[in-house]
Write a protein that binds this ligand. Structure first.
Ligand SMILES: NC(=O)c1ccc[n+]([C@@H]2O[C@H](COP(=O)([O-])OP(=O)(O)OC[C@H]3O[C@@H](n4cnc5c(N)ncnc54)[C@H](O)[C@@H]3O)[C@@H](O)[C@H]2O)c1
Length: 309
């Protein structure tokens, strides 16, 4: 039986990966300190360790180690910059060491945030990024960039099988549904369902591209388990850009909400545009997104409605 260690496995993406791993017959261990998850999402057959990944060590052996533990929501990480940096430095080192001892395949969820305020849109993996190294978002951006550098160092020096993915705004069922979470789709859905005003930061003309979680999972599973991808860095996202105000209007429309759109001050260092160049994912993983934004939003709204009943 294959064994996988998933840090952050109680979170949004992690819990989808946990379920997929169980469905494929894997034995699953999760390390998660529940810092950004509001409830237990891990099924009982999973070995759960409620700890910070920075404080975790083990002599157990795994076939795969997947390091997801992080604080990915801007509203949250600016309040906890030190923890944000530590899970993406010491946490990355700890999980790399476990993978090395096990001779496992190591996967890391980096982020489109490594590109910062990119000058090339859609952004390919070859773009180095335009990031403020000490700005308010640097705890997250630079944490991910440091992790990538450390992972590639383990790959180059020790020959560890490493795979770095850069997800671009993944959303869908299972995403934390309360407004406190701070990511744009859950916040807009939550406000629209409650008829509260929808707060857009800045002029709302900044763009993002969104990927439904089932598409993310398909690409992730392929990237994790396919031979010949050691040392690769691959964007996992959508090429389709939408402005934040268009997103707000779309969500309002799908819900039939009376919420008004309210403009607040722009967030510091907020990238103007973001979209993924997924040429490499198409080529290496034979993958592209299947679920349109409208379809994904309808599924997500339905999930929110069920949770609010
Ligand atoms: N969802 C996205 O759109 C997206 C985009 C880019 C990158 N990512 C990356 O994917 C990964 C998972 O994101 P998510 O959307 O599932 O977020 P999430 O907040 O739902 O999940 C993260 C999980 O990690 C746990 N955690 C946080 N810090 C920890 C620590 N120090 N030790 C142990 N556990 C810790 C949290 O409790 C949570 O369960 C993160 O690394 C994130 O940076 C996500």
């Amino acid at each position: 039986m294959k064994r996988v260690l998933i840090s952050g496995g109680n979170g949004f993406l992690g819990s989808h990966l946990v379920r997929e791993s169980l469905a494929r017959g894997f034995e699953v261990t999760v390390v998660d300190d529940m810092s950004t998850s509001n409830q237990m999402n891990v099924p009982h057959e999973v070995k759960f360790v409620g700890k910070r990944i920075e404080d975790f060590s083990t002599n157990e052996r795994f076939d795969y180690v997947v390091h997801l533990a992080a604080r990915p929501s801007p509203d949250d990480y600016v309040k906890h910059p030190v923890d944000t940096m530590l899970s993406n430095s010491i946490g990355t080192k700890n999980t790399l060491e476990i993978a090395l001892k096990s001779n496992a395949t190591f996967m890391f969820t980096s982020s489109s945030e490594v590109y910062g305020d990119a000058a090339v849109i859609p952004t390919p993996e070859t773009y180095y990024g335009y990031v403020n190294p000490n700005g308010i978002r640097s705890c997250y951006d630079e944490g991910k960039r440091f992790s990538e550098a450390l992972i590639m160092s383990y790959h180059r020096e020790y020959g560890l099988d490493t795979r770095i993915q850069r997800p671009f705004n993944v959303y869908g069922s299972g995403i934390r549904e309360d407004g406190a979470y701070g990511r744009v789709i859950p916040r807009f859905i939550d406000w629209s369902l409650r008829g509260e005003r929808i707060i857009v930061h800045g002029d709302g003309k900044q763009t993002r591209s969104f990927l439904y979680v089932d598409d993310w999972l398909e690409a992730t599973w392929e990237f994790l388990t396919k031979d010949g991808l050691s040392g690769d860095v691959i964007n996992i996202g959508s090429e389709k850009e939408i402005t934040i105000v268009q997103l707000a209007q779309k969500i309002k429309g799908l819900i039939g909400s009376s919420s008004e759109i309210f403009y607040d001050i722009a967030r510091e260092n907020d990238p103007r545009r973001r979209a993924a160049d997924i040429t490499l994912a198409k080529e290496k993983l034979d993958w592209e997104p299947n679920i349109s934004l409208d379809e994904g939003l309808v599924k997500t709204i339905e999930w929110f409605r069920r949770r609010m009943r």
